[in-house]
Write a protein that binds this ligand. Structure first.
Ligand SMILES: N[C@@H](CCC(=O)N[C@@H](CS)C(=O)NCC(=O)O)C(=O)O
Length: 215
């Protein structure tokens, strides 16, 4: 058995963050496909035995069940001495952008993309509300990246690994053609994709996929 087991589902950008971090650090993991669409994470049994927060991903780290990608990324960065930020100032930036990502970019993009691509008839008013928020967040990210290569430091950090989580899936799912609309964001995604060992989400997260309704 590998040192790491990842409870995931393929469409989960949060799962991709951990799969990508482990892969970039040269670590193998056992992928444990989880029936998210079937509602397993909403069952009392799963919340009692796997994750009290009722969320995916869950990383089993040498037998210990961990949840919440941000602290997990920070723990792995510490362990492998990779993607931490070079000094206190960079590490402050890493935390600052990790919080922003969880609260704003990922927090909104995950719901928006899920509704838009994987629900048969999403509420158009909810979609419009979420899209307006994402447009604002992507604009903030675009301006931030116009003058720099990576989000929090001179080189890549776990802030980048977290923030690419939902932006590297096929573009028809979220419906953003970032190369056309946000060229600095697209260039940054290219820099992350050029890191040695990088793999695309569906290459790292195999198994049965949900029906996609977005064209
Ligand atoms: N902040 C959490 C977010 C995890 C999360 O929201 N996961 C989604 C799937 S990708 C989920 O399980 N959602 C269930 C729900 O919101 O009820 C993290 O970073 O791990």
């Amino acid at each position: 058995m590998a040192d790491y087991r990842l409870h995931y589902f393929p469409e989960s950008g949060n799962s991709y963050k951990l799969a990508l971090m482990l892969t970039l650090c040269g670590q193998e993991f056992d992928p444990v496909w989880t029936d998210f669409a079937g509602g397993v994470t909403r069952t009392a049994e799963w919340r009692r035995t796997v994750n009290v927060m009722g969320e995916i991903p869950v990383l089993i780290d040498h037998g210990e069940a961990l949840t919440q990608t941000a602290p997990i990324l920070l723990r792995l960065a510490d362990r492998f001495g990779r993607f931490q930020g070079l000094d206190d100032a960079e590490r402050f930036e890493v935390l600052r952008w990790l919080f922003w990502d969880n609260h704003k970019l990922t927090g909104t993009m995950a719901s928006y993309r899920f509704m838009r691509a994987f629900m048969p008839s999403p509420d158009p008013q909810v979609i419009a509300f979420l899209q307006k928020r994402i447009d604002d967040y992507l604009g903030i990210l675009e301006r931030h990246l116009e003058a720099r290569d990576f989000v929090a430091g001179a080189g890549p950090t776990v802030a980048d690994i977290s923030m690419v989580g939902y932006l590297m899936f096929p573009k028809h799912e979220a419906g953003y053609d970032l190369a056309a609309s946000h060229p600095a964001v697209a260039a940054w995604l290219g820099r992350v994709a050029a890191l040695p060992g990088w793999k695309a989400p569906y290459d790292l997260l195999p198994g049965q996929r949900m029906r996609c309704y977005a064209g």
